[in-house]
Design a protein around this ligand. Sequence first.
Ligand SMILES: [Zn+2]
Length: 265
Amino acid sequence: MSRPVARKTNLYDNIRVYGPSGDLMFMTNARRANWYLDRNLAENCENMDSGIQLTFEPNGRGHYGDPFYTQELHNACVVCESIDGLVRAHVVPLALRRFFPVQIKDHAHHDVVALCLKCHRTWETHLQRFLNELATSRGVPVNGQESVYTNTLFFDGRVKAKMAASALSRYNAIPEARKAFLRGRIQDAYPELDPASPATWAYAMALPRPTVEAPGSIIVKLVIGESKDESAILRHLIMPLRAEFVRAMKPQGLPEFWSITRETP
Ligand SMILES: [Zn+2]
C-alpha cells in the first residue's frame, strides 16, 4: 500500500469563490484561487471577508446554495480531531473510483475527508476487509492470496516502486530527502527487501505491465452493467462505503451536511 505523505500546510484554505453577481459558489484553496487571479478570471473581493469574485459567468452554478460545499472545512482529522499530519483520505477508494463514469469520478470532494495518518491506516484495514467481502459477495475472484484491495492498490504500490527504483538507479543527484521518500515507496511494496540495494531496484523494475482486469473494474461493471447508471453506483457502492466509514471509524468531526445518503458526490 502506498504510504501517504503528511502535509505541512493546511488541507483546506477555505477561500470563498463568488460569482459575478455576488453569490457564494464554492470554496477553494490558494493554488486554485491564484490560478483564477493570474488569468484575470477573478479579482480579490473588496467587501467580502476572504475570497475572490469571478469575472465571468461560469457555465454551471457551481455549488451555489449547497450548504456542504459552501462551508468552511476544518483542518483536523474527521475521526479523532487531531490536527497533525493530515492526509486526504478516500471514503470511496481509488481502486473502485477510477472505474466510475466520469461524471461521478470527477466530483469526489464529499467523499474525500481529512484523516490523520493513524486513522488513515485504520481505515485502510477496514476498507480492505469491506472490499474483499463485497468482491466475494458478487462472485468476483480475488487472485490467490491477494485481496481485491491489495490486488489493486498494492499493485499500484508496486508500480510506484517500479518508478521509484528506476529513478534511484538512474539519477545519483537526487536530494537525500527525495531518495528516502523513493526508498519508502519500494519498502511499502516490498517490505521484505532492502530498499537501498540495486538488486532490489532491478527486481522492482522487472514488474510487468498488468494484464489481468483489476477486481475493482469487475465489481463496478457488475454493479452498473452496461448502463453507466450513476444511481446504481451511488446506491450499491458509494452509500455503503460511506456507511462503513461511519460504522467502523465513528468519526467525531465530519463536516456539517456530510451525509451517507447524499445523492450527488
Ligand atoms: Zn485521526
